[in-house]
Design a protein around this ligand. Structure first.
Ligand code: GLA
Length: 740
């Protein structure tokens, strides 16, 4: 067991001559640096003992020097609102957007927060947790600001814990996770908007005075239209290799709100947390309300380095089995939709085996008897095998797949119910709906009320029954295809709890179910899906091994989308399937899907002989380099949003191997051949490498890339290598191997 070392530095004050000179009062200041290996946020108390953010920038060599950083800035202005407070309260001196807003047990709406103490806990050699206690001087109301720092990866996870010992409940009207403050000349923010099958569309903008808000009120599937992922670039627009950059995400699977506010000093306040919309929460005395985390990676060298830090952190510390293996698969969704039976499915096992993938995934449509799931209008909630389609049950299929030498996985959408279902007939009180109003459907379905512990038990039992009955079941695809309309919980009503707690308690209920699943089934891989990319965040990825970025599998679109997801997620968590979407040839589709976890969702039996041969060879080749894609470092080389081609590479940790993916993304003009070489990154300049083209389509076509070549890493990174992408070679994959 790791031993945690706690340094109590609460009342230990860091005094320097400068701080004393600068302060009118003799109150000593407390300085709290939150420092990664390369960057630091510095918090400091002022003469009123309020905690302020006084520095954000490069880390200093000497910790003691942080105490003097504030003196180089003139933040305070008697008449303008003071904005750099580390967690801004409402109802007293602050007249700007607060981080926290409460109604005390006695009905009073004012809050002040003063520094009390802080602790720095060493979690391991790379990780510290700083917890800073603030308190209202009048009410027994406490806020603890928590900052977990992973030094080497330059990653910070920040959240807030709220508690009180007042006589009755305190209503939390707003309770941000983070209230950050940055001083710089200009700020550029990239946010990601989308829609079904058009997820993660980036837009970068220079922030002007006022507030830019990104939020969701969709409840479940909260990221369908806006994503809680963002990039802040300091001083100039985001660049892949230069400049101070923050790549961040609010790790919360429900309604969120990100406010980027430029204040009157032209500084940036970033407020991130659960969306306060319809989310007032009655906190009983002595209970701790823990906000979700804002997770961010910092870099002084652009988005590339920040993403790699975040990826390393995600794999090592966050994602379930992040450093482990994944199962390649054949899915039947686009091959059959709802139209299948036992024979058709078991017939596909042979295709999976033939392709050389690890698993067959049975998608939607296998359940429901009174209301069979033969379309998306019925059956959700009735998780029993449909006896017509699967007369011998799932057990038979799991066994049959095993006999074919492949694993078997299954799709569920356990939080949902169709009004045409036995579950709806039996448990109307479990359904989120307004009792007096017409129901509003999204994909013909409604949510179950996960704030209700009985519903949590039910959802847990769906997964538990599947595994109890089929211990060899190897994989779960957990879908969530609807948003919450008519937000009303019969359970909260019965309990006399405010309806405004539904959005938060739903997500807490969901996490509770997932914790129970993981306590009993710690390892089994699970894919998070939400009608595409409606869900996918670092809280959910504690329980899931991967997620489905979008139903849009057109490979051209995927090049862009996977590029944009890659700012935040490592390739090992993004599931990419080869389907019939788009017009590109099979080779192109397979190459694009190889930039992540490869899967197929096609009728393999219908492939031409050469396509089939190519697919089989590509899977076999993928197995030889997937370790580099899944566990290596990613370098975005040529941005598809700005160029005719796109290129991206993965480099093994020891720099002995790399895979470079190159694509033509602009078909408008005739490109005879890529004019310029693609400069690689992340190699060892001193090492010698060979370059060979892989995934060649077996039509006799010879690669123009000479085999047996010998390049230094220095050459490949400075001059580069030309992939010879042309209209006839729209997709080129290069394997770079160290010559030993
Ligand atoms: C969603 C998913 C698809 C598929 C269908 C099944 O759209 O994103 O992959 O599972 O549901 O209904």
């Amino acid at each position: 067991m790791k031993k945690n070392i706690v340094h109590h530095v609460g009342l230990k004050l860091i005094l320097t001559a400068t701080t004393l000179l600068a302060s009118a009062s003799i109150r000593a200041q407390t300085t709290i640096p939150i420092a990664t290996a390369k960057n630091a946020i510095v918090l400091q108390t002022d003469k009123e003992n309020r905690l302020r953010t006084v520095y954000f920038g490069k880390a200093l060599d000497n910790t003691a020097d942080y105490a003097a950083t504030a003196n180089q800035y003139n933040f305070n202005d008697g008449n303008a609102a003071i904005t750099n407070v580390a967690y801004t309260p409402a109802g007293t001196w602050n007249l700007l957007e607060p981080a926290i807003q409460v109604v005390h047990a006695d009905g009073n709406r004012s809050l002040e927060l003063k520094y009390v103490s802080h602790t720095v806990t060493t979690v391991d050699a790379n990780t510290t947790l700083t917890a800073i206690v603030l308190k209202d001087p009048v009410y027994p109301f406490f806020v603890t600001l928590c900052y977990k720092v992973w030094k080497a990866e330059n990653v910070i996870e920040q959240w807030t814990e709220i508690k009180h010992t007042e006589a009755k409940d305190v209503t939390l009207e707003k309770y941000a996770s983070a209230n950050l403050y940055f001083s710089n000349k200009d700020f550029y923010v990239t946010t990601f908007q989308g829609a079904y099958a058009r997820e993660m569309q980036p837009a970068e903008t220079k922030l002007l005075q006022g507030t830019r808000t990104i939020d969701s009120k969709l409840g479940t599937r909260a990221m369908l239209l806006q994503s809680p992922n963002f990039i802040v670039s300091f001083g100039k627009p985001a660049s892949e290799t230069e400049g101070m950059t923050m790549v961040g995400q609010l790790a919360w699977s429900g309604n969120f709100k990100l406010d980027f506010e430029i204040d009157s000093y032209k500084n940036l306040r970033l407020m991130a947390g659960i969306n306060p919309y319809e989310s007032a929460y009655a906190l009983p005395p002595n209970e701790v309300f823990k906000t979700p985390s804002l997770v961010y990676a910092l870099s002084n060298n652009g988005t590339g380095e920040a993403s790699r830090g975040l990826h390393q952190w995600a794999r090592k510390y966050r994602v379930l089995d992040g450093e482990g293996q994944r199962l390649t698969l054949l899915n039947n969704w686009e091959a059959t939709y709802f139209d299948f039976d036992e024979n058709k499915i078991s017939g596909l096992f042979k295709d999976a085996k033939d392709l050389g993938v690890d698993m067959f995934l049975l998608d939607d449509g296998w359940f429901g008897n009174k209301y069979p799931r033969n379309g998306d209008k019925s059956g959700l909630g009735d998780w029993q095998e449909n006896v017509k389609k699967l007369p011998n049950g799932l057990g038979y299929l799991v066994k049959k797949a095993g006999a074919e030498g492949i694993k078997f996985g299954i799709w569920i959408e356990p939080e949902m119910v169709n009004p045409k279902s036995e579950l709806y007939e039996k448990h109307l009180d479990w359904v989120i709906r307004q009792p007096e109003r017409p129901e509003v459907y999204f994909r013909n379905q409604l949510e179950l009320d996960l704030s209700n512990p009985k519903v949590q038990d039910f959802v847990f039992s769906i997964v538990d029954n599947l595994f109890t009955k089929n211990p060899d079941l190897a994989f779960i695809k957990w879908d969530c295809n609807a948003v919450i309309y008519n937000a009303y919980s019969e359970y909260l009503h019965q309990k006399g709890l405010p309806q405004t707690e539904l959005y938060v308690k739903y997500v807490h209920g969901l996490y509770n179910v997932l914790q129970r699943i993981r306590a009993k089934y710690p390892k089994v891989p699970m894919m998070l899906c939400s009608g595409g990319g409606g869900r996918g965040d670092y809280e959910m990825l504690k329980y899931f091994t991967e997620f489905w970025p979008s139903d849009d599998t057109d490979p051209i679109e995927r090049i862009f989308m996977q590029w944009d997801y890659s700012y935040f997620f490592p390739a090992i968590v993004t599931d990419n399937h080869v389907t019939d979407w788009g017009k590109e040839p099979l080779k192109f589709r397979v190459d694009v899907a190889c930039m992540g976890k490869l899967g197929f969702d096609i009728v393999a039996a219908k492939l031409s002989t050469t396509d089939k041969q190519f697919a089989k060879e590509a899977v076999a080749t993928y197995n030889t380099y997937k370790d580099v894609v899944w566990h290596g470092d990613m370098y975005r080389l040529i941005n598809p949003h700005e160029n005719d081609i796109s290129a991206l590479m993965y480099v093994a940790g020891d720099k002995s191997k790399a895979i470079v993916f190159n694509y033509l993304v602009n078909n408008r003009q005739m490109i005879t051949a890529t004019e310029r070489p693609v400069q690689l990154q992340g190699l060892d300049a001193q090492k010698h490498y060979s370059v060979k083209e892989i995934n060649l389509y077996p039509d006799g076509h010879k690669s123009p890339i000479a085999e047996g070549s010998d390049y230094t890493g220095d050459f490949l990174m400075k001059v580069g290598i030309n992939p010879h992408v042309t209209k006839n070679r729209t997709s080129v994959v290069l394997q770079i191997d160290e010559i030993k």
